[in-house]
Ligand binder design. Structure first.
Ligand code: AMP
Ligand code: MG
Length: 491
C-alpha cells in the first residue's frame, strides 16, 4: 500500500475559515511510534507510515499529493476571558481520510511549525507533552471515553526553547473533527452570521446528520452537542479525569476529549483537585468540570442565536430551554455510571446518597479513587476483600460504617456475586495514566533517549480493565516523593 489518500471537506469551506500553510520541515525526523491498529482503522498502511517516506510525512517534511494542509481559524474564552483570534498556531491539518467504517476523520500534525495563527509562538511542540498526549489520549480510548487519537509521534532532531531547551516532536493526531466551540465563536464575534450558518451546516452534515431531518435543524444541533458534552464530562468524572484547560477553544463540538495539556487523573479522591500550573483560581478543578462545560455550551448557544429564531427573545428562550437539558443528561450519565461502579444494575431511591456518602468518606480519608473502586469489585463477591478496601482509608472504620449499607443494597440486586464482580471489573479500571508514571516515561525519553518505558506504559494502558499481574506496579499511587503536584501546558 502506498501513501494515504486525503479528502478535505474543511478545505472546501470559504477561505476565511482557514489559512493554507504547509508544515515547516525539520532537521532529522525519527520515528517514535506508529499506532498500527489505528492506522489500519483509517485504511493506512502502518509499514508505509514507518518507512522513510511515511516518517517524512509525519514530521511535516513531505506533504502527500492529496493533502491540502491548512491551519484552521478559531477564537475562544481562555479562563473566562474572550480572545477573538486563536486558531491553529502549532497544528496543521493535513486533511481528512474516510476510515474503514466510512467515517470522515481529521489527520493533524501538532507541532508542525508556525502558521498565521502562531502569534508569538514557535509553532512547535516539545517531546514531553507529545508523549503525554499520546499516552493519555490512547488510555482514554481504551477506557471507552470519546477522544482524539494518536496515530504516530516523531522527534524532530531540533530543540525547542521553553523554560529550558527541550527535544522537539510532532504528534499526528486523529479526530472526528477539530471543530471547537471556539470555531463558532470566531465567526459569531465578528458578526459573520453567514459563517456561523456555513459552519453549522458543515457540523450537522459531518457529526449530527439526524439534525438535518429535524423540524428545527439548528436547535437539534445545539441539543446534540449539549448531550454529547454532558455525557463526556460524566465519563471523565467516573474515571477521575481532570482536563485542566477546559477553554471553549478546547471544547470539541463532536464531543471528544481534545487538547491534552496539563491534564491529570486523580490519585486520592478530592473533588477540589487542580493540577494545572496555569489554573491559579481552580476554575477547572475536578468537580467544576460539569459547570464549566455548561458555561462553554452557553457560549455555543449564543453563537447559534441568529439561527434559532428571527425574534431575539424567542431565540434566547430556545437556547435556555436547550441548555436546561445539560444537567439532567449529565446527572443520568453520572449517577448511572456510579451505580455501575458500585455493582448496582437496578435503580433504587437512595442509590445516589449511597454513592455520594462513599465519595465523601473517600475524600475525608484520602482514599485512592481508582484503587478503592477496583478493590470494591472483589469485596462485592467476598467480604474477605474488605481488608484491602479498608486499607485505602486513613481511618478504616470510616469504610466499615459505609460498607454494611452497600451490602444491604447489593442483597436487593438480582444475579450472583461472581457475575456482579466481573461486571464491576469491566467498569472500574485497574490502570489509569497516573501522573508519576507519565513523568517517569517523559524523563526517560527526554533525559536518556530511552523510549522503552513509554512503550511499556502504553501496553499496560491499552487494557485498563484487565488485571495484568505482571504490571501490578503500574497500579500503585505515587510514593510521597513521586507526587506530581502540578502539570504544565503543552506550550
Ligand atoms: P492550547 O492552550 O495548547 O490549547 O493553545 C491555545 C492557543 O495557543 C492555540 O491557538 C494554539 O495554537 C496556540 N499555541 C500554543 N502553543 C503554541 C506554540 N508553541 N506556537 C504557536 N502557537 C501556540
Ligand atoms: Mg487548544
Amino acid at each position: 500500500m502506498a501513501q494515504p489518500v486525503f479528502d478535505s471537506a474543511y478545505a472546501r469551506l470559504p477561505d476565511r475559515f482557514f489559512a493554507r500553510v504547509a508544515p515547516t520541515p525539520v532537521a532529522a525526523p525519527r520515528l517514535i511510534r506508529v499506532n498500527a491498529p489505528l492506522a489500519a482503522e483509517l485504511g493506512m498502511d502502518p509499514d508505509w507510515l514507518a518507512s522513510d517516506e511515511g516518517v517524512a510525512v509525519l514530521a511535516g517534511n513531505r506533504v502527500p499529493e492529496t493533502a491540502i494542509p491548512i491551519a484552521t481559524a478559531y477564537a475562544g474564552h481562555q479562563f473566562g476571558g474572550f480572545v477573538p483570534q486563536l486558531g491553529d498556531g502549532r497544528a496543521i491539518l493535513l486533511g481528512e481520510v474516510i476510515d474503514r467504517g466510512g467515517t470522515r476523520r481529521d489527520v493533524q500534525l501538532k507541532g508542525a511549525g508556525p502558521t498565521p495563527f502562531s502569534r508569538r509562538g514557535d509553532g512547535r511542540a516539545a517531546l514531553g507533552p507529545v508523549l503525554r498526549e499520546y499516552l493519555v489520549s490512547e488510555a482514554m480510548q481504551a477506557l471507552g471515553i470519546p477522544t482524539t487519537r494518536a496515530l504516530a509521534a516523531v522527534t524532530t532532531g531540533e530543540r525547542v526553547i521553553r523554560e529550558t531547551m527541550l527535544p522537539g516532536a510532532v504528534l499526528a493526531r486523529v479526530a472526528s473533527s477539530h471543530i471547537r466551540v471556539g470555531t463558532f465563536q470566531f465567526f459569531a464575534s465578528r458578526g459573520d452570521v453567514e459563517g456561523v450558518h456555513t459552519l453549522a451546516d458543515h457540523v450537522i452534515a459531518r457529526h449530527y446528520p439526524h439534525a438535518a431531518d429535524a423540524e428545527r435543524p439548528y436547535r437539534a444541533l445545539l441539543d446534540a452537542v449539549i448531550r454529547a458534552q454532558a455525557k463526556l464530562i460524566a465519563r471523565w468524572l467516573l474515571v477521575g479525569f481532570i482536563h485542566g484547560v477546559m477553554n471553549t477553544d478546547n471544547t470539541s463540538v463532536a464531543g471528544e476529549t481534545i487538547d491534552y495539556g496539563p491534564c491529570a487523573f486523580l490519585d486520592e479522591y478530592d473533588p477540589g483537585t487542580v493540577f494545572s500550573s496555569i489554573d491559579t483560581y481552580g476554575r477547572y478543578a475536578y468537580a467544576n468540570q460539569p459547570a464549566i462545560a455548561q458555561w462553554n455550551l452557553t457560549r455555543l448557544a449564543e453563537c447559534l442565536l441568529p439561527l434559532l429564531a428571527d425574534d431575539k427573545d424567542a431565540a434566547a428562550a430556545d437556547a435556555v430551554e436547550a441548555l436546561e437539558a445539560f444537567a439532567p443528561v449529565f446527572e443520568r450519565a453520572y449517577q448511572g455510571g456510579l451505580r455501575r461502579k458500585l455493582g448496582l444494575a437496578t435503580e433504587r431511591n437512595g442509590d445516589a446518597a449511597l454513592a455520594d456518602d462513599l465519595l465523601q468518606t473517600m475524600a475525608a480519608n484520602g482514599a485512592d479513587f481508582t484503587l478503592t473502586f477496583r478493590a470494591l469489585c472483589h469485596a462485592a463477591a467476598d467480604e474477605g476483600a474488605d481488608a484491602e478496601v479498608r486499607g485505602f482509608f486513613a481511618d478504616p472504620a470510616a469504610y466499615d460504617a459505609w460498607a454494611p449499607r452497600w451490602r444491604q443494597r447489593l442483597a436487593e440486586e438480582p444475579g450472583d456475586a461472581a457475575a456482579r464482580r466481573d461486571t464491576m471489573l469491566a467498569v472500574n479500571p485497574a490502570f489509569i495514566p497516573r501522573n508519576h508514571h507519565i513523568e517517569a516515561v517523559i524523563r526517560a525519553a527526554v533525559d536518556r533517549d530511552d523510549f522503552a518505558p513509554f512503550e511499556e506504559l502504553l501496553t499496560v494502558l491499552a487494557k485498563p480493565y484487565d488485571a495484568q499481574p505482571a504490571f501490578a506496579r503500574y497500579m500503585d499511587p505515587p510514593a510521597p516523593q513521586e507526587r506530581v503536584l502540578q502539570t504544565f501546558c503543552g506550550t
